[in-house]
Design a protein around this ligand. Sequence first.
Ligand SMILES: Nc1ncnc2c1ncn2[C@@H]1O[C@H](COP(=O)(O)OP(=O)(O)OP(=O)(O)O)[C@@H](O)[C@H]1O
Ligand SMILES: [Mg+2]
Length: 239
Amino acid sequence: MTSNNVLLKVEGIDVSYGDFQALRKVKLEVKEGTVVSVIGANGAGKSTLFQAISGLQKPSEGKISFMNNDITGCLAHEIVAQGISMVPEGGRVFPGLSVLENLIIGSYTKDARKKKTKLLRRTYDLFPILLEKANQLAGNLSGGQRQMLAIGRALMSDPKLILFDEVSLGLAPLVVKDIYKQIEAINQEGTTFVLVEQDVRRSLRASEMSYVMLAGEIVLSGKSSELSEESVRKAYFGI
Ligand SMILES: Nc1ncnc2c1ncn2[C@@H]1O[C@H](COP(=O)(O)OP(=O)(O)OP(=O)(O)O)[C@@H](O)[C@H]1O
Ligand SMILES: [Mg+2]
């Protein structure tokens, strides 16, 4: 699904951890209904970028807007309420809670709480395994199932935008294929995605726009169909 409305705009943000500057003048635009990839080596700043958008890190410079609202410096729960949800690295879930309890936690905002039953049904339709395992502890799920639960939890806040960190890391190829199929289905229904993915070929194939990060900066960006794998790999390694 494509439209020309800019949903998310990141304009020249800097983020530091103490003396260490992790993001420098990072600029990015995400159009409504699209899938955008962020590609970069370990330590490039991809997760920090997601944390800044989600309100978990505060930029010292720059601006982040979502649906034309300035959300720079908003608190994490306010940002979720506005419609941005993150699937954190490594499919992090609460291992000591059941699958259902993990999902319910995702719908803590006022608007999502009202639609909880509908959202739960949609999540189970997308990932039937989560219904099958609803009462089991999340800690007993396989890696792929945990990743599905993490996506399910993100969906439970009824987001307009999902920031998905490390889509396929550590997962078997068939599971990865399945997860991308579901990302596509969710995107078709109108949810916008920003994906972090280590697999360059897959990121280019799965997205309309790609941004390559190196040492805290965006060093290459463009339409995924117009970027060559080679140019992305070079940018990725800073060659
Ligand atoms: N909490 C923190 N305190 C200090 N430095 C941090 C912290 N989190 C990240 N960093 C540093 O900031 C830089 C960017 O880290 P970030 O996790 O954003 O990278 P990344 O691109 O997500 O890497 P990966 O592919 O390993 O997930 C790295 O040099 C990292 O060591
Ligand atoms: Mg990361």
